[in-house]
Write a protein that binds this ligand. Structure first.
Ligand SMILES: Cc1cc2nc3c(=O)[nH]c(=O)nc-3n(C[C@H](O)[C@H](O)[C@H](O)COP(=O)(O)OP(=O)(O)OC[C@H]3O[C@@H](n4cnc5c(N)ncnc54)[C@H](O)[C@@H]3O)c2cc1C
Length: 328
């Protein structure tokens, strides 16, 4: 069976790994060099009477297979072609994200909360910051027994951060270079804890980028097309802001589910369209809830962007929130 996966992001790589029975916990791109064609921009596809499908690319090339999977993210062309409309829309919030080296100095300043998990702190003006660690000190996040070909730590210890804000406060986001973006993030965090500001100002410029969040409508049918030999997964089907910490995991769940059903098709236990149909029932059952959870912090960000409500909540949060306290 030949499966064409459009998009080498989280979901696309997870599907490619799962089809090869490599544990998802190993680094997603490892060992896929022969399967990934970098720089090939999908522009369209055609299905044929014999059930096969041909994908065409911007450079004029084409690829022929038994199944085409659009893992091409929130603005997916594959899913848009299938649904006849975009499957997501911008939420009006985005921002600046990057990685900063986890130096001994930064490590000593971090609150204990960050050692338990990630933090999303929402502050005045509807600005929020997401912070998470990739730290070697507590031990590997991956089981070293699984890391026979790849290191358990793919990169030195870092702090990942993302400053989120209503995009009308970042009108030039798309044109910003990395250094301007770090400065803009610092401006947005004026008045925040010096620890947060220090983390952001120490960013590795090559890791910094701007982005905007999209969401699907969690109350709509997520795969509104007849099941066949073209489908989609991940953000292409159920875009959601990362504010619930569920977006990537849901893409990986899709990839695992689709690969499981395709394995049955490969054994002759079912057909590809039936396998796709079974897969498409999955996101319908679990993704809408993840989208709703992920949209809740966005609602709070919008409320806090309202100056009157923002002032009220600022006082209440300063008294009550352990997240605010963590960085005081
Ligand atoms: C700053 C930021 C922080 C995030 N943090 C988290 C987090 O902490 N937790 C979490 O769960 N989620 C997080 N997310 C969301 C998470 O990254 C996505 O949900 C996840 O990457 C979706 O995977 P995907 O494979 O569906 O799409 P993507 O990972 O977006 O991959 C899509 C791929 O398709 C490619 N592509 C697009 N169009 C075409 C085309 N026409 N032809 C060929 N290729 C194409 C793109 O270049 C990309 O490589 C974050 C997102 C951002 C922006």
């Amino acid at each position: 069976m030949r499966v064409i996966v459009i998009g080498a992001g989280i979901g696309g790589l997870a599907l490619a790994q799962a089809l090869r029975s490599v544990p998802l916990r190993v680094l997603l791109a490892h060992g896929l060099d022969d399967a990934i064609r970098w720089g090939s921009e999908y522009v369209g596809h055609e299905t044929h009477p014999d059930g096969t499908v041909t994908a065409t690319f911007a450079d004029g090339s084409a690829d022929h297979g038994d199944l085409l999977v659009g893992a091409d993210g929130a603005t997916s062309r594959v899913a848009t072609a299938l649904a006849g409309r975009p499957t997501s829309s911008p939420v009006g919030i985005g921002g600046i994200a990057g990685r900063s080296p986890l130096t001994p100095e930064i490590r000593a300043l971090l609150p204990d909360l960050l050692r338990i998990g990630s933090i999303l702190a929402v502050g005045p003006g509807g600005t929020s910051i997401f912070i998470t660690l990739q730290d070697t000190v507590p031990g590997p996040a991956l089981d070293p027994a699984l890391c026979v070909d790849v290191p358990a730590f793919p990169e030195p210890p870092v702090v990942y951060w993302g400053v989120n804000v209503a995009l009308d406060r970042l009108p030039n986001a798309r044109k910003m270079g990395a250094e301007a973006a770090v400065r803009a993030a610092g401006d947005l965090l004026r008045g925040w804890s010096p620890v947060v500001r220090k983390i952001v100002s120490g960013a590795d410029p090559s890791s910094v980028g701007t982005f905007q969040y999209h969401t699907c409508d969690p109350d709509a049918h997520l795969t509104p097309w007849p099941s066949g030999t073209v489908t989609a997964l991940g953000d292409a089907v159920h875009a959601m802001p990362p504010t619930g910490g569920r977006a990537a995991a849901t893409a990986i769940r899709d990839a695992d589910l689709l690969a499981t059903h395709l394995a049955d098709a490969a054994k002759g236990l079912t057909t590809i369209p039936l396998a796709v149909h079974e897969y498409e029932r999955g996101p319908a059952a679990y993704a809408a809830d993840a989208v709703r959870v992920s949209l809740k912090p966005i609602v709070w960000q919008r409320r806090l962007a309202n100056p009157a409500l923002g002032q009220l909540v600022r006082v209440a949060t300063a008294i009550a929130s352990p997240l605010t306290a963590a960085f005081r």
